[in-house]
Design a binder for this molecule. Structure first.
Ligand SMILES: Nc1nc2c(ncn2[C@@H]2O[C@H](COP(=O)(O)OP(=O)(O)OP(=O)(O)O)[C@@H](O)[C@H]2O)c(=O)[nH]1
Ligand SMILES: [Mg+2]
Length: 321
């Protein structure tokens, strides 16, 4: 049976409550230790527990915050923004053949739909409507390619854009970060990389029609491998395998073509799917079509039969375990 988005939200709710409770306990322990240190100062002497108290307070704050951060990474035009729109069920993020995402975009909960651009330097945040945001902070692919080669950013003074949206998934504490297409140069990736350790999971979007390019290999090798990160791989554009056949109705040819693509990814992604010495490929790699999923979601609200259900189930298991 397909896993329902409502079950995911229900499970997140339970975990958020448990986290809140645990956060309260930790905070109480931190208070007790602080008090003990204050008493000790005038009596038998301090125990030097300041850093323990700081750690407890930090963990307590993070847990109490109840945020699950997901970072979406991938090369240009893999369908990152389309995937996110399908996941949240609305056309929130700019996606197109043409303009490219040019700034890191943090999607979180807000009662009113709004976008605010946050700057690196001492400059007031810029509130924008969605259309202006799409026009002002996306760039044409030629420019994106040129900037990629130069290793520079289109908007070097922008820290990130904050998109607030009244969606249940976001209200339950899921925060999703859309990123501009990846690049080999450390400098341009710095902002995105800065986010990697702050996230609970990385959703790495690949394309079935360009299986595992050199750029992707290099990126995974340099920034993801052996860093203890939890990575889900989404092999997007799966529908295009069929479209590219001479006879799209030839099912034998379709299965053969799909198996060839599957094999390339299986060989290359297996090293990234080892968890505590165990091969977790099937829980980490998913074949999807974000475009079809988005169309279906906008039409009927459901993601059934799109490959998304399996992914959401695995993500839920990971986030709530
Ligand atoms: N056929 C097909 N097209 C897709 C799929 N996912 C995305 N697209 C199309 O691919 C193009 C690029 O999609 P985006 O979501 O903008 O890609 P992106 O990775 O966010 O691109 P950048 O932000 O520029 O890096 C759009 O025209 C989408 O409609 C898919 O699964 N199948
Ligand atoms: Mg994008």
């Amino acid at each position: 049976m397909a896993y329902k988005a409502e079950s995911f939200i229900h499970d997140l709710d339970k975990v958020a409550k448990a986290r809140q409770e645990f956060s309260g306990y930790l905070s109480a322990i931190a208070d007790t230790l602080t008090e003990a240190e204050q008493v000790g100062e005038t009596a038998s002497g301090k125990l030097g527990l300041e850093s323990t108290v700081d750690d407890l307070e930090l963990v307590s704050r993070n847990l109490g915050e109840g945020v699950f951060r997901l970072l979406v990474l991938g090369d240009m035009k893999r369908g990152k923004s389309t995937f996110l729109n399908a996941l949240i069920g609305e056309n929130v993020l700019p996606t197109d053949v043409n303009p490219c995402t040019a700034v890191l975009t943090v999607l979180g909960y807000g009662q009113d739909k709004r976008v605010t651009v946050q700057f690196k330097e001492d400059r007031e945040p810029e509130p924008l409507d969605f259309d202006t945001f799409k026009q002002r902070y996306t760039i044409p692919p030629e420019e994106a390619k040129k900037l990629q080669e130069e290793g520079t950013s289109a908007f070097p003074n922008v820290a990130y854009a904050e998109v607030q949206y009244p969606l249940t998934l976001l209200e339950k504490g899921v925060q999703i970060i859309d990123s501009p297409g990846l690049n080999d140069t450390e400098q341009r990736n710095q902002l995105t990389l800065g986010y990697i350790n702050n996230c609970h999971a990385i959703l790495f979007v690949l394309s079935a029609t360009q299986p595992f390019t050199l750029g992707e290999q290099r990126y995974l090798e340099n920034y993801i491998k052996d860093r203890g990160l939890s990575v889900f791989f989404l092999i997007n554009h799966w529908d295009e395998i069929q479209n590219r056949l001479i006879d799209p109705e030839d099912l034998t040819a379709l299965h053969e073509a799909e198996d060839r693509v599957r094999q390339v990814f299986r060989t290359n992604l297996t090293p990234y799917c080892q968890v505590e010495g165990e091969d977790r490929y099937d829980d980490r790699v998913f074949e999807i079509s974000s475009l079809n999923a988005l169309r279906q979601r906008l039409r009927s609200g459901s993601l059934e039969g799109t490959g998304f259900s399996e992914f959401i189930k695995a993500l839920n298991h990971f986030l709530t375990k």
